[in-house]
Design a protein around this ligand. Sequence first.
Ligand SMILES: Cc1cc2nc3c(=O)[nH]c(=O)nc-3n(C[C@H](O)[C@H](O)[C@H](O)COP(=O)(O)OP(=O)(O)OC[C@H]3O[C@@H](n4cnc5c(N)ncnc54)[C@H](O)[C@@H]3O)c2cc1C
Length: 337
Amino acid sequence: MTVQSGVRVAVAGAGAFGSAVALKLARGGTDVTVFDPAPPGQNASGVAAGMLAPVSEALFDPASRGHLDVMRRARALWPAFADSLGIALGLAGVRIEGSDTWRGEVEARLRDLGVPVTDHITEDWRIDAPGALAAMRAAAESAGARFVQAAVTGFTPGALALADGRALAFDVLVLATGPGVREGRLAPETTALAPVKGQILRTAPVGLEDTVVRGEGVYMAPGEVLAIGATMEVGRDDLAPDAEATRALRAAAKALRPELDLDAAQVDVGVRATTPDGLPLVGWSRAPGVLLAVGARRNGWLFAPLVADMAAAYLNGDNPGPDAAAMDARRFEELET
Ligand SMILES: Cc1cc2nc3c(=O)[nH]c(=O)nc-3n(C[C@H](O)[C@H](O)[C@H](O)COP(=O)(O)OP(=O)(O)OC[C@H]3O[C@@H](n4cnc5c(N)ncnc54)[C@H](O)[C@@H]3O)c2cc1C
């Protein structure tokens, strides 16, 4: 499907994907409105650690191991993207710390990935996720995008249905609902998504570290508040903090920095949506007029500028680039229920 100029685009979801797509479209002169029932920042994008970390992800997330090249292409878009938003990129990198045995395993994995063996990965970067989300929204609004607090419940080309009963005239729906839409009603492809609950601890930093520290079963991202993450609770989509599920995370953090006070740590919870292969679904759905931008797993921030570029290319009938096949929105058709 190629969209003519003058179309009205609705985006469902104001997380990293929906906001980045809206920004890209608004900057290109498209009439775009973002719908989301949640207050700004109350989603996985708002609680994330903001790592833009292809090498760490390939090292420590089995589902991301085969995606180093695409993750690097996504990260390469960030300097210009961050610059256009006026947000800082944390370039201090990721330091690997742990027992000799574990560091030996990490070195072997680095060799397998073809990455130079090091205990300081300088090509993994970071942003402040809540700040970036707010900056994207402000920039999208400046470029003409509108944000409306309402849930999308139905769509056919020309008619967008909202949970509050309104029916509005839109030609295209970009589905960027994270784990929020999985039953196939808005797009059959969403039934291939699974939720992965993530809990992340936030506490006062110790010392003046500027690198992210990566240990066995934990990362610690510095800043005014230290972010210690994150659990991967496959199949869970509730937002309840759960001390039992964070026990291993706390122990891993204390093993690296015994002086940390984790009793008073704030627990933030978000739910990621994952596909079976760990890459998002990007492109036209079989549902007419619906374009998918969902299933970011652990890398929604890393992928946001790339997914926005691809979504805009699909809408404009341009070439979506080298990652179109790997992220094909219909590649799990056999899993649809
Ligand atoms: C603890 C934790 C740490 C993380 N750390 C990182 C990290 O360091 N780096 C990284 O790249 N990624 C990280 N992630 C993953 C990242 O947060 C997600 O991949 C990313 O936020 C997904 O963005 P999204 O826009 O697809 O979804 P979301 O942020 O979940 O946004 C989806 C939005 O859709 C809305 N919505 C749902 N249903 C509807 C509907 N019917 N109509 C309209 N709107 C709807 C929701 O309210 C929500 O606001 C982390 C995730 C967690 C939980």
